[in-house]
Design a protein around this ligand. Structure first.
Ligand SMILES: Nc1ncnc2c1ncn2[C@@H]1O[C@H](COP(=O)(O)OP(=O)(O)O)[C@@H](O)[C@H]1O
Ligand SMILES: [Mg+2]
Length: 335
């Protein structure tokens, strides 16, 4: 089984307009190239930048930026749409199976495109294993719970294991070599590197059908690169920028973003809990994800997942489900 060619699927429409369409609207190719070099590859993406951002691009004057924005508005509608049109847009959202029916149920069908799903939990609670499983499931055809798309993996902890992909692909009856070829992978060493990797993604996503972006983990490098109370405000501001980039990628390309988060000790967690922990990242991170999952260890290879706080309606709050980590990836618990 391999990814189905886009041309073979009639109902799947591109969710974005390529930036070179501007040329037909009177913008010269040199200026379009400048936008592309700055990481802007779609008209939808362009509208996610402020004019201040755009005039910051070398060679783009204020007058040029005004002309570009006028042209973009002719190509894409950035004003109001009707409720029915919004509903139609929601239909483009794909839900990608996690490999466990119980977990899918908790998520209202799976990991959603056009949204950020966060998993936080202690060490070895299965966050990275779910990332590996999603690398495979995303490539399944849509009628099998997949997204028929490629995967981008940003690894900040050095825990991606390509050899783990092989048995997971085999479990789903897919060719491991083809599955690995459809994953692009980058190891980030600083939060700046992590951000630049996100900027570089727009070029790739505008050329090929991606359905999943993994950031494992979102917070690790921030905790290394910023230390102490004095740098906290700066850290949170940079973190907010990173998260804003993520949600824009999710919406621009109809991609699911799966990010993992660490837990830290929570001294104010209550006297009845022996070892209280809370997700890292504070309020900035707490409000970024559409869906927030808490993982913890159960007995043996079993893991417990609870939906923590949610910004959307289709999922029940505080439901608990049990799944299991198997050689073939995340699966339902056996007993
Ligand atoms: N091949 C495998 N088969 C079964 N379980 C595995 C396999 N590889 C890893 N695991 C389980 O996954 C756990 C690690 O989970 P991981 O996703 O790396 O945790 P986290 O990212 O939350 O720290 C291991 O402790 C082990 O229980
Ligand atoms: Mg991990």
């Amino acid at each position: 089984m391999q990814l189905i060619e886009r041309e073979e699927i009639d109902e799947e429409e591109d969710v974005f307009e390529a930036i070179d369409k501007l040329i037909a609207h009177g913008i010269n190719a040199g200026d379009v190239k400048k936008l592309q070099d700055a990481g802007i590859h779609t008209c939808n993406g362009l509208m996610m930048h402020t004019k201040k951002n755009l005039t910051g691009i070398k060679g783009l004057s204020e007058a040029k930026v005004d002309k570009i924005c006028e042209a973009v508005e002719k190509i894409v509608n950035f004003g109001y749409i009707t409720g029915s049109e919004a509903l139609l847009k929601r239909k483009a959202v794909i839900k990608i199976t996690t490999g466990s029916q119980a977990l899918d149920e908790l998520l209202g069908g799976g990991i959603e495109t056009n949204a950020i799903t966060e998993a936080f939990g202690e060490f070895r609670s299965g966050k990275t294993q779910l990332a590996h499983t999603l690398c495979v499931c995303t490539q399944l055809p849509t009628n099998m719970g997949g997204g028929n798309g490629k995967v981008a993996f940003i690894d900040t902890e050095g825990t991606f294991r390509p050899d783990r992909i092989v048995p997971i692909a085999e479990r789903f009856g897919m060719d491991p070599g083809a599955v690995l070829d459809n994953i692009i992978y980058a190891r980030a060493y600083t939060y700046e590197h992590q951000y630049n990797l996100l900027l570089g993604l727009a070029a790739k996503m505008s050329e090929e059908p991606f359905r999943l972006l993994i950031v494992d983990s979102i917070i690790a490098l921030f905790r290394v690169d910023f230390t102490g109370r004095g740098e906290l405000a700066d850290r949170q501001q940079k973190l907010a920028q990173m998260l804003s980039r993520l949600i824009k990628i999710a919406e621009e390309f109809n991609v699911a973003v799966y990010m993992t988060n660490q837990v830290i000790a929570d001294p104010g967690g209550g006297v009845f809990i022996s070892d209280p922990k809370k997700p890292a990242g504070g309020h900035v991170l707490a409000h970024a994800a559409t869906i927030r999952l808490m993982f913890r260890k159960g007995k043996g290879e079993q893991r417990v997942c609870k939906s923590e706080s949610i910004n959307c309606s289709s999922i029940f709050l505080n439901k608990t489900h049990i799944f299991q980590i198997t050689p073939g990836g995340i699966a339902d618990a056996k007993d």
